[in-house]
Design a protein around this ligand. Structure first.
Ligand code: FE
Length: 204
């Protein structure tokens, strides 16, 4: 299956636009026009706060509304389109549900295909050669390095994304969060939990 042509991370040198952005950033920082910490904060916002919130809102709704979940699982694109979470890098998304028997984890072994409208920009590690090769060969070990320890009898299913199909993991909701409001639940869904490299943390 073909992967994103414009989104490859195989090359050793950054693409020309990346080099230009780096050059502009360096010039602005050197002249004291921007604060690198503020820049990091902006990038972090897009990577970790805004983007994954879309996916988190879908996950939270699926947890509390069985009809919505059924529709999401069986008619994914229609549901996502209704919420406006579609378009570039999100044309065909499949939701895979974690259960006590199966833990799902997503990778793109060839490049970095990722459901942008739901999760924002892929993290650097998702695009790394190491993650892309190791998660397929030794998923359990890889997961443990992300701090995810699964029971031995939980099977791990690795989904290889392509430009044609991308995946969103529907994490399990721990019992401690049962009874929480939809809004509260949105706040506990991490980006990594929707990639499969994280779990939903304990209630605080
Ligand atoms: Fe890809």
């Amino acid at each position: 299956m073909p992967h994103d042509i414009e989104n490859h991370s195989h090359s050793l040198l950054p693409s020309e636009p990346e080099l230009k952005v780096k050059a502009i950033e360096s010039a602005l920082v050197n002249q004291g026009l921007i604060d690198p910490a503020a820049l990091d904060e902006i990038i972090d916002t897009y990577q970790n706060k805004i983007g994954p919130k879309n996916g988190a809102s879908i996950i939270a709704k699926a947890w509390i509304d069985q009809d919505f979940k059924d529709e999401l699982m069986s008619n994914t694109m229609a549901v996502l389109e209704k919420y406006g979470f579609y378009g570039r890098q999100g044309e065909h998304i499949r939701v895979v549900e974690n259960t006590p028997e199966v833990h799902n984890i997503v990778v793109c072994t060839l490049c970095s295909c990722y459901p942008w409208p739901l999760l924002g920009i892929p993290p650097t590690w998702y695009k790394s050669d190491e993650y892309r090769s190791r998660v397929v060969r030794e998923p359990r070990k890889c997961l443990s390095e992300f701090g995810v320890k699964l029971p031995e009898n939980t099977n791990i299913r690795v989904w290889d994304s392509t430009a044609e199909i991308r995946y969103l993991v529907l994490p399990m909701l721990p019992d401690a969060f049962k009874g929480f409001s939809e809004q509260e639940l949105v706040g506990i869904v991490s980006r990594d939990a929707m990639i499969g490299t994280g779990l939903i943390g304990p209630a605080k």
